[in-house]
Design a protein around this ligand. Structure first.
Ligand SMILES: [Zn+2]
Length: 452
């Protein structure tokens, strides 16, 4: 064989490959486009203290959620407080002398721990009033604690090599374990629709705006035209249903809250997570897309339900229509359209999908034993599962492995096949909650721990 090398040809081929890769045109580029999309979202979380207008600053990227400083004549107001005292101290240091003590008031937009866990750091010895809606301190918590490990959607136990981000935050609970030691109970709550205040010479309105949580309030500064929306909007499809466990976040009040915020005509919008928006037209565009996105999914789901469609049928066709599907605030990096559809169905009609076969189904174990026997035994099922992996049918591979595991949960080969299938599924996801949950479950299987 002559050892001549067509260097020009090699260079041309390499250049073509590079161009394809740059355009996302390679097979692997397309296959992992979701992962790269999620990776690009991390840019939202670069650390920054952003000046919205005179006296209003937002700390982004120091904690899971945003912290806003409103500096008045005779003291400061803090809206949301970071996840824990460690991160709150980092935010306070980043504000530096923009924060002129004392802190007169702390406002919780809602009760989630990543917004309320650092209050003690900002309160210090200033004894500020702590404001929230009354619903924050009464009624059942949003989180069904102790029923499902909520850490997996955040990838709390994933090794760094597998972790990208948590969709609307760089991380929650990975650097410092979740703690409530920095939480301070609200001292001033209101039950109605609205509370008008003047604190440190700053006029504020607290508007009850249920969305991701029922107690969410939007904080409106009418003079500066700045709106802090809490978790009613962030740069990702809304998390209408949390896979860590919880009820549907009701779409209708969420839509009404977005309408209410649109009517304010804000010049600046500070979401609970991801970077703030400036410019009335940009604020209006984001709020409008968010409202229309939720409305569209709700309308399509209800229309299908009226035709008798079951959840598995609904998720086949309920999608965001163009141009909403391409809107940067509606990418499914955190919430998911399909999960929302299933939750809306369950909320309206309950668990039963209308198929009489499902009224009293076989147990998982009974069904699996019959399927495995039908296939010629667990070895055959696993062989087909490996075929499915090779054919990149990863969901089918996981389902086949589940049949084997339902019969014998200690079957090591089945655990490995399932772990591989879940890893492949996770690596192709753009949704952070799905990725983190897939990969966490795979890690548990590989370590021989019971899956969640
Ligand atoms: Zn939040």
């Amino acid at each position: 064989m002559p050892r001549t090398i067509d260097t020009a040809g090699v260079r041309a081929a390499a250049l073509a490959m590079l161009m394809l890769a740059a355009a996302g045109g390679t097979v692997s580029g397309q296959e992992f486009a979701g992962r790269e999309k999620l990776r690009a979202q991390s840019d939202e979380f670069r650390r920054d203290v952003i000046r919205m207008t005179d006296g209003v600053y937002v700390a982004v990227g120091y904690s899971a959620s945003n912290v806003t400083l409103i500096q008045g004549d005779r003291g400061a107001i803090i809206v949301d407080t970071a996840s824990d005292p460690v991160e709150a101290r980092a935010v306070r240091a980043a504000f530096g002398n923009r924060l002129d003590a004392p802190v007169r008031a702390i406002i919780y937009t809602h009760g989630h721990p990543d917004h309320t866990g650092g209050a003690a750091v900002f309160a210090g010895h200033d004894n500020p009033d702590i404001y929230s809606h009354q619903l924050l301190v009464e009624g059942p918590p949003d989180i069904a604690r102790g029923m499902r490990d909520g850490g997996d959607q955040f990838g709390m136990t994933l090794p760094d090599s597998l972790y990208i981000n948590a969709g609307i935050q760089l991380q929650y609970g990975r650097v410092t374990p979740p703690t409530r030691e920095g939480y301070v109970r609200p001292t001033r709550t209101f039950s109605g629709d609205e509370l008008s205040l003047t604190i440190a010479g700053v006029r504020l309105q607290l508007l009850h705006a249920p969305g991701e949580t029922r107690e969410n309030i939007a904080v409106w500064l009418p003079d500066q035209r700045v709106l802090m929306a809490g978790d009613d909007i962030y740069r990702a499809f809304p998390n209408l249903y949390p896979i860590r466990g919880g009820r549907l976040r009701p779409p209708e009040p969420w839509i009404a809250s977005l309408e209410r915020m649109l009517a304010l005509g804000a010049e600046h919008l500070v979401p609970g997570h991801t970077r703030p928006i400036t410019g009335a037209a940009n604020v209006r565009a984001a709020l409008t897309a968010y409202r229309d996105g939720i409305q569209s999914v709700l309308d399509q789901t209800l229309a299908g339900m009226r035709k008798g469609e079951r959840p598995d049928e609904l998720v086949e066709h309920v999608k965001l229509p163009p141009p909403l599907a391409d809107h940067p605030y509606l990418q499914e990096l955190y919430g998911s359209v399909a999960w929302s559809v299933r939750a809306i169905y369950a909320d309206r009609l309950g668990w039963f999908d209308g198929n009489a076969t499902h009224l009293f189904p076989l147990t998982e174990r009974e069904r699996a034993a019959k399927i495995v026997a039908l296939a010629g035994g667990a070895d055959q099922v696993l062989a087909r599962a490996r075929d499915a992996l090779a054919a990149r049918e990863f969901q089918w591979a996981a389902e086949l492995a589940d049949y084997a595991l339902a019969v014998d949960s200690g079957l090591g080969d089945a655990q490995k096949v399932k772990a591989r299938a879940l890893t492949e599924l996770g690596e192709r996801q753009s949704n952070a909650n799905a990725r983190n949950y897939y990969l966490s479950s795979a890690q548990y299987l590989l370590r021989g721990l019971p899956p969640q």
